[in-house]
Write a protein that binds this ligand. Sequence first.
Ligand code: HC1
Ligand code: SF4
Length: 567
Amino acid sequence: KNTVLIDGQVVEINGEKNILELTRKIGIEIPTFCYHSELSLYGACRMCVVEVEGRGIMASCSTPPTPGMKILTNSPRVQRVRRTVLELLLANHDRECTTCDRNGSCKLQDLANRFGVKKIRFGERDVKLPLDRSSRSLVRDPNKCILCGDCVRMCAEVQGIGVLDFVGRGSKTVVAPAFKKNLAEVECVNCGQCGAVCPTGAIVVKDETDRAWAAINDPTKTVVVQVAPAVRVALGEEFGLPPGEIVTGKIVAALKRLGFDKVFDTSIAADLTVIEETNEFIKRLGSGERLPQFTSCCPGWVKFAEHNGADFLKNLSSCRSPQQMFGSLVKKYWAKDLGKKPEEIFVVSIMPCTAKKYEAALPHFTTEGVADVDLVLTTQELARMIREAGLVFDRLDVESFDTPFGFTTGAGVIFGATGGVAEAVLRAAHEFVTGQPIEQINFEAVRGFADRKEATVELDGQEIKVAVVHGLGNAKKLLAEIREGKADYHLIEVMACPGGCIGGAGQPIASDRETKRQRAKGIYNADKLSQIRKAQDNPMVAKFYERWLKEPNSSAAHEALHTTYTN
Ligand code: HC1
Ligand code: SF4
């Protein structure tokens, strides 16, 4: 029969590739560091050992189950090996847990606790390696690395970049960018996905909450904050709420209590992006030039394209991302409404994304020494500020965004999930071309987590082919196919992170698919609940055109909302 015995329990083998999957199926959580369902098998950490009768101690992640096997998951031998592995890792690990950003979300800390490691029998490491703070987005602390290789495989396999690797030999081995360079010196796109899978604090988001407090406490500054679409379905996780729960109103309330003067929604700038980008697309369709058009709101993707897609740079939409459109409008136009100078307004973004920190710091998004967006905080950092201020998140009464950048549509909110930008553009394109309202606004084909999603839609008699990819490895494959003439599309959405922004590395630590699925569900629920679901129906955006921008793709719009790329 096709069964094994796990701790005396008969378990059927049903296509499981390894013992680990089989034990998880029956509710036994075997600890692991280097096993990750979305990455290739590595089998180095030895944490997942089990005892197999007649064969001894084996790594469950790399041992396929065979009929008749007798497996023990918690025998005295297994317990001893596990504890020793943990002790060895801890002996070699910087143990300043109290000051670590991952205190409370560290797997090593969690497992040491879970397996009752109280004493470490091996000597403490004596070398202290320097931290790498060169990146705008991340901090690398090699003293906390346990050599599981999750980051190496994430960067190479999922993101198709491969700037991290094992360097050195034996006890001197570290994980680092090639030639032990700093992160800022290699072609890292700041996506942060390496940190999102890191089980410890070896790669973390650069914490800039101090700068936010300083701005809030500076009486000469009006501090405004924008909240990205994907934050609203994930921040709750930091406070015990389920992933996907929409906490927009509580976020607004929290930001006001923290001392921000105005609280705005990035989604309104996403609506504006839809209008600019759709008009640009229709123009290109007419001329047949610079197709396919690629989306440009994801800074990880834009940097990737600048490094690896020089031949496609002209195909990127020239639209700035919603984050940057927002900053630009605030400093260029809205400041005047307030009777303020741009430098008297401090713009903060709350983003699910680490690359947004890099984007905001780009020199072309600074005008006469004043940045359009002064500071980007991730969802994680906002959670830290809320905790620091002692706000009980769950007990906050909901509040609404301020005007004028507070009125949003479902189109601007779905930007937060992979496929959302393409869907929002499709909701607009038909109307812009035909002048007729579009009836069916749900484009299910571009939703979900398939590596590549495709849709063919009819636009005034012309067939338009749309592709959506997320995870830069998938983007890389698509670029290769286009170069070889094997793929042809008109419109392509690329998001650097698996799942889109909801899976950004600034979100609460959780890299499993199910969490991302729930967050995406939350995004589409928010869309369904919106009174207005098309960007072109946003009355506030219409006002921006009337007062400031004249019409889509006008020269005023180009100056404030568009950009150029370099390689
Ligand atoms: Fe995103 Fe975007 S959707 S890039 O994923 O275009 O970060 O959420 O804010 O700018 O709107 C991120 C999210 C975000 C921009 C918008
Ligand atoms: Fe690779 Fe992204 Fe990490 Fe940079 S941030 S090292 S690109 S995974």
